[in-house]
Design a protein around this ligand. Structure first.
Ligand code: SAM
Ligand code: SF4
Length: 332
């Protein structure tokens, strides 16, 4: 039986977001500056064998739900081989991915075959101009929708993530929801967080989106059964096979039920998106720590997991409090 890890606030920690790289072929306005950021040198990134060693240790401790993220995970060479190996580790219950969708198409069959259950696609807009204004990628929504169709035809569950931004994609909220509702997948709306380039953008709050969706489609019915391992609040709507969801870290803080930890591409085991608390697992591995010592570092870090984030947009002064990290480096 795997161990069960609880932190000081009695939260059961069973979900890890594993970031393969801080690199990305997109430059989303809410995530990264147009000219990019200095990337972590290859030598400072955890090797795949190190990532797998840590994931195997996490699984023995009951941290058995894994989300592979980045940057863009498929910017890293051999990401699919890593995901296959991760999926076959004893104790790993499920592996899901989050991607911008631009580089994943050639790998979909292998991902479906190795047991990946669900893929979350970042989809900021269905309109080509707005999509490019937000992602600064050169790709179009059509490119990504084609990949999503292929993923669906292979039996993968689909979710979309959209960060609604004032002055960019408010007009996409209803079409994106309709797209998901009619096709049976879940469109999730993520409230902007003041991280990295997100500090300079303005969020559409969850309450506004909720009201817009109810006006367009009818009552949002909370789903009582668990859908996914994360903090999303998911709703169904009579007459539609799909769902809509919200991740509203700012106006509907979910820290009290947070079950997650993060492993950054440089091997930092991060216990809260906001705080810098955690432990440098790469340093410990490089210093020769054995598996029992690494497991003990994980236990210690979880014991001191912060109770809540302190993100705030200071509306009056425009000043913003944040930890200084960027989302492509943290992994979302
Ligand atoms: N590149 C992949 C993608 O876009 O899905 C994975 C990494 S990305 C950092 C993970 C998630 O973080 C995405 O869903 C993205 O929308 C979200 N994200 C990035 N910056 C954000 C911000 N400032 N506030 C809220 N969510 C953000
Ligand atoms: Fe890249 Fe994802 Fe950040 Fe967009 S949100 S810049 S796709 S890491």
């Amino acid at each position: 039986m795997p161990e069960e890890l609880h932190d000081a606030a009695k939260r059961h920690i069973n979900y890890v977001r594993i970031s393969l790289t801080d690199r990305c072929n997109y430059r989303c306005v809410f995530c990264m500056p147009k000219d990019g950021i200095p990337f972590v040198p290859h030598a400072d990134i955890l090797r795949y064998d190190q990532l797998l060693r840590l994931a195997a240790i996490f699984a023995t401790m009951g941290i058995c739900h894994c989300k592979v993220t980045g940057g863009e995970p498929f910017c890293r060479k051999d990401a699919v081989e890593f995901i296959e190996a991760l999926s076959s580790l004893p104790g790993v219950q499920d592996v899901t991915l989050t991607t911008n969708g631009s580089l994943v198409e050639p790998h979909l069959e292998r991902l479906a075959r190795c047991g990946v259950r669900s893929i979350t696609f970042s989809l900021p807009s269905l309109r080509p101009q707005t999509y490019d204004r937000i992602t600064r990628s050169g790709f179009t929504p059509k490119d990504i929708l084609r990949v999503m169709d292929k993923a669906r035809s292979l039996g993968l569950m689909l979710k979309t993530n959209t960060v609604p931004l004032i002055g960019f994609n408010e007009a996409d909220i209803i079409p994106l929801a309709r797209y998901a509702l009619e096709r049976g997948h879940t469109a999730r709306f993520i409230e902007l967080m003041p991280v990295g380039s997100g500090k300079a953008c303005s969020a559409v709050p969850q309450s506004t989106i909720h009201a817009m969706l109810e006006a367009a489609f009818g009552t949002l019915i909370p789903q009582t059964h668990k859908m996914g391992n994360g903090p999303a609040k998911v709703y169904g709507i009579v007459g539609y096979p799909g769902h809509v969801g919200f991740i509203a870290a700012m106006t509907d803080k979910f820290c009290a039920t947070c079950n997650r930890v993060r492993l950054t591409s440089r091997g930092f085991f991060k216990t809260c998106l906001y705080h810098d608390s955690g432990v440098d697992m790469k340093k410990a591995m490089d210093a020769g720590a054995d598996d029992a010592q690494l497991a003990e570092l994980v236990r210690q870090a979880i014991r001191t997991k912060p109770r809540s984030h302190q993100f705030s947009f200071d509306a009056a002064s425009g000043a913003v409090k944040h930890s200084g990290a960027t989302m492509n480096a943290i992994g979302g």
